[in-house]
Structure formats: C-alpha cells, structure tokens
Write a protein that binds this ligand. Sequence first.
Ligand SMILES: [Zn+2]
Ligand SMILES: [Zn+2]
Length: 355
Amino acid sequence: MNDSKTQLQHDILTYILSTNGIVHEPELLDVYAQLKKKELNEANVLKLQTKLDRLIGLINESLHSMDYKIEKYRQYTPMALRTISSASIGSTIANDSTNDGSSTRDAIDLKKSNLFYVYTNLKLTQSSKLATFYKPTELEFVKYVFKKLMEPNELSSIKDLNLSNDKSVSYKQYIDKIIRLDHNNEEDGTSSIGSGTYTSFNKGSTSLIVGFRNSDMNVDSLKLSDLENILTRLCENKWLTQYGDGSYSLYIRSLVELKDYIKCFDNDDGSSETERSEEREGTEGEAEELNGNICNICQKIVYLGGIECSNCNSFYLDIDCLKQFLNRCHNSDQSVICSYCKHEFNDVNDIIYIL
Ligand SMILES: [Zn+2]
Ligand SMILES: [Zn+2]
C-alpha cells in the first residue's frame, strides 16, 4: 500500500475520532473530497461515496485486530430532516432494496442523507464502554437516564404538538409525505400539522434529575450540578441529544448499541441486580419494552421517527422500512394492512406516530 493512501486512511480515521466517533455521511464525504482535493459535485458524488466506502473498508481491515470497526448506521434525524425541501422528498437510501434507480438523482442532495459512520468497539459491552467514561457513582444516573429514555411517553394528539418543536413536527410531516394518509392537510403543511396520535420518548432534564433523586437508584454523593454535567457529557459523546425545548432523547450511539443495554444491567453488580429486576418485573419489564419497539422489517429500535399499528400495538416500522413496506403494498396492488393483525391503514387514526 502506498504512503498517500495510508495517510488518507489515517486522516479520515482521525477526523472520525475528532467527532467523538459519530459523523454524518455528508460531512465525512466533504472532508474526504477536501483531502483528495476534489470538488464535490453532482458528477462525482457517487464515485466519491464509493471510494470513501472502500477506504472505510480498508481502515476496518486494520482496525480489526484491535476489535474496533467503523459501521454505517441508518437513522433519520431532525438535523438531517430539517434540510429536506418538501419538493425533493424521495428515496435517498443507498441500500434500499426497492430502489428503482432514482437514487442517482436523489443522492446528490446529500444533506438529507440518513447515514452515519459510527466508530465502535466490538469487544466491550456497553457497560464497560460507559465505565471508561463515567465513575461508578455516575453510572447509576446514566443507567437511570437510559432506562427512562426508553420508556414511551403517554399517547398525545398530534393537534397538541407545539409547532416550534421541530423534531416532532418534521418527523410527522415527513411520515405524512410517505404515507399520504392525511388527505386534508396536504397543501397546508406549514400552518397545520394535521391529526392523529403520537408517542415519543424524550424527557425533560427536570424529570430525569428529580426522578433519579426520588428513585432507589439515587446516589446521594451526586450534586445537582454533577447530574447536569453528566447529561452534558452524554450529549457530547453522542449517547444523547438535546432538542430545542430542552428535552433529551437517546442518540445515534445509544441506538447503535442499545441491544447491549440489557446486558449492561445484567452483567453489572450481581446481587443487587436481582433485586432490581424483580422490582422491574413488578412494574414494566425492560426487555419486553425494548422488544416492543423493534422494527418488524430491519429489527432496528424504532425510537425516532416511525409508526406503530394503533389496532394491535405490535407492528412497528421505522421511516426507511415504512417506505419499503408501502412500495411493496402499492406495487402488488394490495391495500396497506398491518402484517400482524391485518388491520387496514386507511387514515392517520390507524397508526400511532413515533416522533
Ligand atoms: Zn426498519
Ligand atoms: Zn396491527
């Protein structure tokens, strides 16, 4: 391998690490183009994407022996959604199996990419990863936050959504574009957000902090400022993100590594853990709840942006799979029905938005 290529690998890896290990695809592509002294334009974007992925593959080969890997993860985020103009909404998913060739055109609008590059350690469990960043006392709060942020909030009416809460509003509008069920509202997207029911998972800092202090997980040695500081650090390390209204939700790193989450509780502190799981069973089982939000097509956690069947509450799809699912139904001239309970999706009341 020649030196310039090794240098390029080194520079890209350094950049990914400088972003705390999670970087949005358009951003990394831009860095790659700059390093290659190439201008990023319509003519070469696909070529550069392919080359970047090949480079990531080479980096992964050298990371392999150290049990690290750069993974590509799909997740729409409000950050990416905000840049989507309503006219250009379409498929941008490189690995969308129903892709009909429109990807060439759509891929040029990079800002709406839903792909992230994530640097992960394959060997460490989430629990040990966290332990490198947080002291044992701090971990108690971290675990509490994760647990709370995985509990769905109560169902609310879309009409109650605050229009300035762009996270939820942009997801709602994006889902509506895909499902086209909210017929009354098509022309009027900006002033009205239509109807339906939604659930969400974000929680305010007060509810997290006060909730923790009142819980049996409370560690008295942690002051209010310590707890606030932990929330800030969780955001910096991209476990959490904070929205405009101040509320927190799990973010890319948590979503990628959430499946380790259960282990994180199980492997920990032996005896006290048994007591805790018994308590949890009394309220709501953690595992059950987590399984309840798995996308029925791709098995990803549906936590930000997706739908749930309002009839059986067992059928979940994230945005990407929702697209594929609807395409499949339309292509086969089938009406859109829940795969579990066969309930027909005719209007927005047949689904619960996950925003
Ligand atoms: Zn899915
Ligand atoms: Zn159903």
